[in-house]
Write a protein that binds this ligand. Structure first.
Ligand SMILES: [Fe+2]
Length: 257
């Protein structure tokens, strides 16, 4: 698996605070089958034209030598679209995902739907492809709106741990997935225990191995290689607890004949 959204560049944003904290997370990722991560520290669109901030370069130099063997480290950013992006972002591609045309973008939580459409259109006009980070966070994110963003040419990245959450945001994420409105899944780790392992397991247990392969491996791999991702078939992900109860119920019913 490849995880294209994490805050593991130490002490540059609200993510991991130190090299050792990042290494602990990377070792946990590795044990779950993650073979590469793209570091995506927060960056404002208004500042992204100036390239990678010096503080991030310095943090990368500290982290890189400590990364566990076999873990591929890539660079990127999670760009807050607070204002139109400088065309230099598309020209230089130093804050896109691994230097590709794909750029991870986010919005403030209460963003208006029209603002999102306008901002995504501006990114596309620059020749970049916006990958909308955790669309399930935005209250305006109904399937019809997410479909419009996808039809414009944007991609959708759902948060894996959120897909297993019982409340509103989790429900919204699962609803998008059930409509085929998801291109990749990432963990959005902030130096904590968020990871892809549990969601991968839930997909496999529930017959969604084909979707899991695309969302967690093949599509992230395509993006960082600057290739187009594949379309992912709709999938109804159930909360693991609900799933376990159903299995138990089925088992008991079958036993009773
Ligand atoms: Fe993030």
């Amino acid at each position: 698996m490849l995880d294209l959204h994490c805050h593991l560049l130490p002490a540059v944003d609200d993510g991991s605070r130190s090299v050792s904290q990042s290494v602990t997370v990377l070792l946990a990722f590795k044990s779950q089958g993650v073979t590469g991560v793209c570091l995506t520290p927060h960056l404002l669109a208004s500042e992204a034209g100036a390239g990678v901030p010096e503080v991030q370069q310095a943090a990368f130099k500290k982290l890189a030598p400590a990364v566990p063997e076999g873990m591929r480290l890539m660079r990127g950013a999670e760009v807050m679209l607070d204002r139109p992006m400088d065309p230099a972002v598309a020209r230089d591609r130093v804050v896109t995902l691994n230097g590709s045309r794909y750029i991870l973008v986010e919005f403030s939580r209460l963003v208006a739907p029209t603002t999102m459409v306008d901002a995504l259109a501006l990114v596309l006009e620059l020749g970049l492809v916006p990958v909308v980070a955790h669309p399930e966070r935005y209250s305006c994110c109904e399937p019809s709106r997410a479909r419009r963003w996808q039809e414009m040419g944007a991609l959708l990245q759902l948060d894996g741990p959120t897909l297993l959450m019982p409340r509103t945001r989790g429900h919204r994420a699962r609803e998008l997935l059930s409509h085929g409105l998801c291109d990749i899944i990432a963990a959005d780790n902030h130096g904590d225990d968020r990871s892809l392992g549990p969601v991968a397991e839930a997909f496999h247990e529930q017959g969604g191995s084909e979707q899991a392969e695309l969302l967690l491996s093949a599509n992230p791999e395509a993006l960082v290689a600057d290739r187009k991702p594949e379309e992912v078939a709709p999938f109804e992900l159930r909360l693991p607890l609900v799933d376990r109860m159903r299995k138990l119920f089925k088992h008991n019913t079958e036993e009773r004949g």
